[in-house]
Design a protein around this ligand. Structure first.
Ligand SMILES: C[S@@+](CC[C@H](N)C(=O)[O-])C[C@H]1O[C@@H](n2cnc3c(N)ncnc32)[C@H](O)[C@@H]1O
Length: 260
């Protein structure tokens, strides 16, 4: 995730658009069901983004509860504050996930969805999560493994290079396969994992993969995989596949839950 102010604002704008899509709403619902929040509980949302999940968690814990939304990007915090305006139980702070502004053993639950991929020192963040959870506290982590993505395109080799460039753009790719053992090592128990697939068979702006392919191919241009003209050709091919009923995209998210 980029800390340049212009990019930070662009990322917040893109999250506002994409996190309203049905694919992501469904995923958020899954996360909330797994977390099973109760009125009066205290939750810490690490990497809250523009606050969609934070907002829904604040409604669930109610006025007697508390939700802390925490993000390193001030643009995200500003969107999240607006989203939760009027919810006195929601508070927002800016900072890095490696150092959470919370006392030891004070939270009933911690959520961290789509964040750890962007974090350099994942063990440090897991240590922080454990530190702030009360005994018996719950954790949910949702992460994507882009190495398992499936896309029907004209050029398999180029597609591999595009996704490989995407993988190398983040500090902690391929995290889901390591996360179970890491959670155990950090003192978590009752570790469960479920796959939450995003499957799109239409190439439409109302689907998650449509916007994602813009970001992913832009990144591939930046990393020299191809040039802008070739990028457009690649996207035109996907559009044609959409029109002829041949578009196919699938990526798995993995929802981890654990207790201490
Ligand atoms: C893809 S968004 C996910 C937002 C939100 N968790 C959700 O699922 O709706 C990732 C967020 O993590 C934040 N982030 C990334 N690395 C972070 C770090 N080291 N500390 C705090 N926030 C971080 C980004 O600024 C961004 O808002």
């Amino acid at each position: 995730m980029n800390q340049n102010p212009k990019n930070a604002a662009l990322e917040a704008k893109e999250l506002e658009r994409s996190y309203k899509l049905a694919d992501i709403v469904k995923q958020r619902q899954h996360t909330l069901t797994t977390l099973a929040l109760q009125p009066g509980e205290k939750v810490f949302d690490i990497g809250c983004g523009v606050g969609f999940l934070t907002n829904e968690m604040a409604m669930l814990v109610g006025k007697t509860g508390q939700v802390i939304g925490f993000d390193q990007n001030p643009e995200m915090i500003s969107h999240a504050k607006q989203r939760c305006e009027g919810l006195q139980q929601a508070e927002f702070y800016e900072g890095d996930a490696a150092q959470l502004p919370a006392e030891d053993k004070t939270f009933d639950a911690v959520s961290c969805t789509q964040v750890l991929l962007y974090v350099k020192d994942v063990p440090k963040v897991l240590t922080e999560m454990r530190r702030i959870l009360k005994p018996g506290g719950r954790l949910v982590i949702l992460e994507t493994d882009w190495r398992g993505v499936v896309l029907n395109s004209a050029d398999d080799n180029l597609t591999k290079q595009i996704f490989s460039a995407w993988d190398s753009a983040v500090p902690s790719p391929n995290l889901p396969i390591h996360l179970g053992p890491l959670l155990k090592k950090h003192g978590f128990s009752k570790i469960r994992v479920e796959a939450v697939p995003i499957l799109n068979t239409e190439y439409s702006p109302s689907n998650f993969s449509h916007g994602m392919m813009e970001w992913i191919t832009n990144n591939a241009v930046k990393q020299g995989v191809f040039n802008e003209t070739q990028r457009i050709d690649f996207l035109v091919d996907l559009e044609e596949r959409g029109r002829s009923g041949c578009y196919f995209f699938c990526v798995n998210r993995f929802l981890f839950s654990a207790k201490i």
